[in-house]
Design a binder for this molecule. Structure first.
Ligand code: ADP
Length: 200
């Protein structure tokens, strides 16, 4: 699906420019802690058990409280574990966000296990679930770049490409925040997003 059918006629006259402006307004880069973000949804870099773990997953469950784990358990009872690249949605418990979307990033295996496709699926499937749940503002951590060992620059390129592609075909997501906890990721994203990254 392309963005074209959604745009008013006047925007079609300036199609490439319009895409640029839309991206400028819809993607932002944040240095900080995703658990503090007051948005419709934050994304968790979960593991397939959905039972919590370390890194951002640990922080989300710790600060969000037990309501998140309770919903995760119900999901696992219903569908089994969450496979790599897929996403599920729960309450955000005590977090300022409304929902947590849990997605399972790929463990880095030297690039031999379709990691880029799986990582792109994390972003795409999280955004699809967001749209289904009327989420219009969402934040992503740098999925797989912690414990799962994905090279940060490669992961960032895949993340930005997947989100940009999605936003071109969907106008209901108003804002995507890439939240970088560490300085290295922040600088990498700054370079990639470059001129169209704006402050939240
Ligand atoms: P994974 O297992 O997918 O690698 P991690 O949680 O280990 O998940 O790391 C993913 C990214 O999340 C890393 O870049 C890490 O620095 C970042 N991170 C850790 N804690 C937070 C947090 N509170 N807010 C945002 N990002 C975080």
């Amino acid at each position: 699906m392309s963005i074209v059918p959604h745009l008013p006629n006047v925007a079609l006259l300036f199609y490439p420019f319009t895409i640029f402006v839309l991206m400028n307004e819809r993607i932002s880069l944040v240095r900080g802690d995703i658990t503090k973000m007051q948005l419709d949804a934050i994304v968790n870099a979960a593991n397939s058990s959905l039972m919590g773990g370390g890194g951002v997953d640990g922080a989300i469950h710790r600060i969000g409280g037990p309501a998140i784990l309770e919903e995760c358990k119900i999901i696992v009872m219903r569908q089994g574990s969450c496979r790599t690249g897929e996403a599920v949605i729960t309450t955000a418990g005590n977090l300022p966000a409304k929902f947590v979307i849990h997605t399972v990033g790929p463990v880095w295996n030297g690039g031999k296990s379709n990691e880029a496709l799986k990582l792109a699926n994390c972003y795409k499937n999280s955004l699809l679930l967001a749209v289904e749940n009327n989420v219009s503002t969402i934040a992503f951590p740098n999925i797989s770049t912690g414990i799962y060992g994905y090279p940060k620059k490669d992961a960032a390129e895949t993340a930005v490409e997947a989100v940009t592609l999605f936003l071109q075909s969907d106008l209901s997501i108003k804002k995507v925040h890439f939240v970088c906890f560490d300085e290295e990721n922040y600088f990498i994203y700054q370079n990639i997003i470059g001129s169209y990254a704006i402050d939240p």
